[in-house]
Design a protein around this ligand. Structure first.
Ligand SMILES: Nc1ncnc2c1ncn2[C@@H]1O[C@H](COP(=O)(O)OP(=O)(O)OP(=O)(O)O)[C@@H](O)[C@H]1O
Length: 302
């Protein structure tokens, strides 16, 4: 189990990670989701002792990473796939990893097979690898010692749809054997496809967390009308609060109440349905939009 409690980290006056608490449970894939710059990598670096938090603690199986003897045998880590030694071949990178962990060289071939790197590819230098191949190599290193915990920063980056499908199967069967997986991503749909549990972070703070089923459950109603303004007026008249959502409106009320309000005002509806998962999607879009706006503002000032 990975556990973060009140983890906070500032750089100068800027708080990159702000009072972050969550757990990643054994037997489950936990998706750590947030826009660029939200604080995912910093949190993960704190988990593996590469960055010291100003406050709070991060433990793996009850211990700080730095206190675990030979941590690579218990915790598989992929933080930056492009940080691998570019001058070495893929096979050499894995051979060094095996040696460092005190594992037999036979593990190298097993891992190459696990991640689908061919014999020929394994003899090419890493500088000539595509990003997807580097990710596969990084995943091979992380799995090398058959650890009980995996911490993977954006492991799907650079993988094509077939690669993402493959990784999903790999992580799922690993979790089914009791492993703990924490993976980060800045793409909601990627996390939806892979994770059981989700932790959503924006500007260093946790904004939502729970099981995927809880977070994506049907919430309220999506409604679209021939004349949007008449619909908005009809809902307001019925005391139903609504917010713009795409080309329609989203409310916390049930579809039948929304339909009744529209019918009472003679408004013709083009669409009326449960707003499945829209809450999370909108929350995430809002986080992304806020950050994008901030970047633009900063760009304008600099
Ligand atoms: N060493 C550092 N010095 C100063 N600021 C830093 C440092 N490391 C991270 N930051 C800042 O902290 C914030 C969070 O960065 P972090 O890399 O953790 O985000 P992220 O969620 O992993 O984003 P991405 O998806 O872009 O990798 C960013 O604004 C980043 O610029």
């Amino acid at each position: 189990m990975i556990k973060l409690e009140g983890v906070t980290k500032s750089y100068g006056g800027f708080t990159a990670v702000d009072d972050v608490s969550f757990t990643a449970q054994p037997g489950r894939v936990t998706g750590f989701l947030g826009p660029n710059g939200a604080g995912k990598s910093t949190s993960m670096r704190i988990m593996v002792g590469l960055t010291h938090p100003d406050r709070g603690s991060a433990t793996i199986g009850g211990h700080k990473y730095v206190d675990i003897p030979n941590p690579g045998r218990h915790v598989g880590v992929l933080l930056d796939a492009s940080a691998q030694h570019a001058g070495r071949t893929g096979r050499e990178v894995l051979a060094v990893t095996a040696l460092t962990m005190g594992l037999p060289d036979s593990r190298v071939d097993e891992m190459l097979e696990l991640v689908g790197l061919t014999e020929t590819e394994s003899k090419r230098r890493v500088r000539n690898y595509s990003l997807g191949m580097r990710q596969r190599l990084g995943i091979a290193s992380a799995f090398m010692a058959d650890p009980s915990v995996l911490i993977l920063d954006e492991p799907a980056n650079g993988l094509d749809p077939a690669g993402i499908h493959w990784m999903r199967g790999l992580l799922r069967s690993y979790a089914e054997r009791g492993g703990t997986v924490l993976l980060s991503s800045h793409l909601l749909h990627e996390v939806e496809m892979i994770a059981d549990d989700m932790v959503l972070i924006g500007r260093g703070r946790i904004v939502a967390q729970g099981t995927k089923a809880e977070l994506l459950q049907t919430q309220g109603t999506f409604v679209r009308a021939e004349h949007p303004q008449k619909l908005a007026a009809a809902l307001a008249e019925a005391g139903i609060t609504a917010a713009a959502s795409g080309d329609g409106l989203r409310t916390e009320s049930e579809p039948v109440e929304v339909g009744r309000a529209a019918a009472a005002a003679g408004v013709v509806l083009a669409e009326l349905r449960p707003a499945e998962g829209a809450g999370l999607e909108e929350l995430f879009l809002q986080l992304t939009a806020d950050d994008a706006r901030e970047d633009i503002n900063q760009g304008a000032l600099s």
